[in-house]
Design a protein around this ligand. Structure first.
Ligand code: HEM
Ligand code: HEM
Length: 184
């Protein structure tokens, strides 16, 4: 079967996917910039990292609500079962990290006694957890590990999408784009 209407993600799912993908890559590059910056610049870059991270959390909640109401296209039966399982596993881990990383970052920041300034528009308050730099530091440790896992998974996800599209020529990439031919 070639390109039936339901072989593609809905327009809303595509918008969420690409907005979040760009935001995740930008927030990662920002935190790298913070790492190599002076003390003053570090605070500036971390402010952007945190505000963008909270934005990703809000977008992901919106995306999941959208997903409940809009069925997603099935994976092609032509793809080997282990590859379908791997792709599904990566997608689930993405959702876990897209929610867990910002909540972890927010929680850690709260343990340091701060909320998150959303670019001067409004402030996300610190969670009522009391102050403990020890616990905050431990959560940041987990957050950093989670962040690194996310980067590797993005690499795997992109390689998978490109392999299916240009090697197997099954049009996988076009499931997430409003043009091109999808084979199912
Ligand atoms: C999906 C959203 C997020 C992603 C993908 C993400 C990713 C990362 C990554 C990759 C690192 C650096 C790892 C390293 O240096 O080894 C990091 C560090 C950090 N993130 Fe996030 N983060 C997100 C959201 C947040 C949020 C919402 C906050 C706080 C409100 C936050 C606070 C921090 C802090 C405090 C650090 C440690 C910086 C340092 O001491 O070097 N992050 N994050
Ligand atoms: C950078 C961060 C990215 C994240 C966090 C991410 C996350 C996701 C998630 C969670 C899904 C599953 C959607 C669902 O069923 O609800 C998905 C699907 C998809 N993504 Fe990404 N993605 C990213 C980047 C990319 C990039 C750069 C590409 C293109 C090279 C891409 C191509 C695709 C394709 C083609 C699908 C549909 C796969 C299928 O259903 O067979 N993604 N992505």
């Amino acid at each position: 079967m070639t390109d039936p209407a339901h072989s593609r993600y809905s327009t809303g799912a595509m918008i969420f996917h690409w907005l979040i993908a760009i935001a995740v890559i930008v927030t990662w590059r920002i935190v790298e910039a913070a790492e190599h910056a002076s003390k003053v610049d570090e605070a500036y870059w971390m402010g952007h990292h945190k505000a963008l991270g909270i934005t990703i959390l809000l977008l992901t909640l919106g995306r999941l609500a959208w997903r409940l109401a809009h069925p997603v296209p099935p994976m092609s039966k032509a793809v080997a079962k282990w590859q379908r399982l791997l792709a599904r596993g990566v997608h689930i881990l993405f959702y876990v990290l897209l929610i867990g990383l910002p909540i972890g970052g927010w929680l850690a920041t709260s343990f340091y006694g701060y909320g998150v300034d959303m670019w001067g528009l409004f402030a996300v308050p610190a969670l009522p957890v009391g102050e403990s730099k020890d616990i905050g530091g431990q959560i940041i440790g987990l957050h950093k590990t989670g962040g690194e896992i996310m980067i590797y998974l993005i690499g795997l996800h992109i390689l998978g999408a490109l392999k299916h599209t240009f090697w197997d020529k099954d049009g996988t990439l076009f499931k997430m784009l409003p043009f091109g031919t999808v084979k199912s």
